[in-house]
Ligand binder design. Structure first.
Ligand SMILES: NCCCC(=O)O
Length: 386
């Protein structure tokens, strides 16, 4: 039997940010991260669209995302190894929610809370929209909510930088799959791997993403989570846009941004919950007219490729579930990010590390995202879920 002080299940961005932050917070014990797929082929981090925004409607999401964005701004230098910067291609080209007459008042309300926490978001007019995206069709719009500090980055590079830095600090990564968490008298005692080996540890952190719900359910602690397929498309336009795009969200929910010279776009389709990575070209058909209506240059687009990833979707309130489980000592979770995990990973890792090392949050209060909120009927109602 192996022995550790902390076991983290899942080595994606959440698990790796947590492992790294534990070390940075002075945790000296043995930390093992079990990652079943070291190629990260199906990991939600690697398949994410990489949008980084602070424009949310709830205090906890705004604070957590703002903290994380500030980390990303200095990430390349801070995570450099042997003088080699950890480039993450963070392009602060802004985030833009386009609004109709109907949706603008809700965005105006969000703005007050965002500005209160120092987020430099602003309500922009149709004329402003034209200066941000000169080709935009604003005929049916009433303006938008824009934050120029926001943008997009390369999620895989962020995850790898956390992983490499954690390893340099002595965190062990083992390419094994955890079959179940072991418990005894109301506390965690370790994990059993699919290969039959057991590892003991007083603290287990479930960062298993889309597979995290199943792991929790096996020990009788179901969480309101479901994996949902999300497809992303990459296309070319013959007529290039004159300016780089912010990550732009159409009132229909279709979003798009530049990826080099190409455009990445996505949409949260209505799908049945389940593990499904099949990318279908035909799913793009309904998006094309929406894109062509919004930016006439997209009329003649050429769909090049795409991929499908999974949201670890919180079916109760579409927000992260973070912290120690109230019914099992030593069992911590960071799950349910519902498509906004990349925007929060640095803050989540730090928060969990503080909670594990010191028994409380110090830098950022993430209590609103606690596991117990479902039983307490104290949900976090967030209006800005894409
Ligand atoms: N979740 C896809 C990217 C858009 C957003 O949530 O900001």
């Amino acid at each position: 039997m192996g022995k550790a002080d902390v076991i983290i299940v899942g080595g994606g961005v959440m698990g790796s940010s947590t492992a790294y932050s534990l070390r940075k917070n002075g945790f000296e014990g043995r930390i093992i991260v079990f990652e079943k797929d070291p190629t990260y082929k199906y990991c939600s981090t690697a398949l994410s669209a990489g949008g980084i925004r602070q424009i949310y409607s709830t205090s906890v999401n705004i604070r957590l995302s703002r903290f994380s964005l500030k980390v990303y701004e200095k990430f390349a230098e801070k995570m450099a190894i042997d003088g080699v910067r950890a480039e993450i291609d963070f392009k602060q080209r802004g985030y833009l929610f386009l609004a109709t007459d109907k949706t603008l008042p809700a965005l105006q309300k969000q703005l007050i809370m965002q500005n209160h926490y120092g987020v430099p978001s602003e309500i922009v007019s149709n004329a402003d929209l034209k200066s941000i995206i000169p080709e935009l069709n604003t005929d049916d719009l009433a303006g938008g909510l824009y934050c120029k500090e926001d943008g997009y980055l390369d999620p895989y590079s962020v995850m790898q930088a956390y992983r490499k830095n954690a390893q340099l600090l002595g965190v062990e990564y083992l390419s094994e799959e955890v079959a179940t968490i072991l418990t005894e008298q109301g506390r965690t005692t370790g994990v059993r791997l699919v290969n039959g080996t057991t590892y003991s540890a007083p603290i287990i952190v479930n960062c298993a993403g889309a597979w995290g719900a199943e792991l929790s359910e096996k020990i009788g602690l179901p969480l309101p989570l479901a994996p949902l397929k999300r497809q992303i498309y990459l296309f070319n336009t013959t007529e290039k846009l004159v300016k780089p795009l912010p990550l732009t969200i159409d009132p229909t929910g279709v979003y798009f941004r530049h990826e080099g010279d190409q455009i990445v776009c996505g949409f949260s389709e209505d799908v049945k919950p389940g593990i499904d990575f099949r990318w279908r070209r035909s799913s793009f058909d309904p998006l094309w007219p929406i894109l062509a209506h919004r930016v006439p240059n997209f009329e003649s687009l050429k769909l090049e490729s795409g991929w499908a990833g999974l949201y670890n979707y919180n079916t109760a309130d579409q927000n992260a579930i973070i912290g120690e489980h109230p019914l099992l000592n030593g069992y911590f979770v960071a799950l349910g990010f519902s498509g906004h995990g990349m925007q929060q990973a640095p803050g989540v890792g730090l928060g969990l590390a503080e909670l594990i090392c010191n028994g409380k949050y110090e830098t950022l209060d993430l209590t609103p995202l606690r596991v117990g909120r479902f039983a307490e009927r104290d949900l976090v109602i967030e209006d800005a879920i894409v």
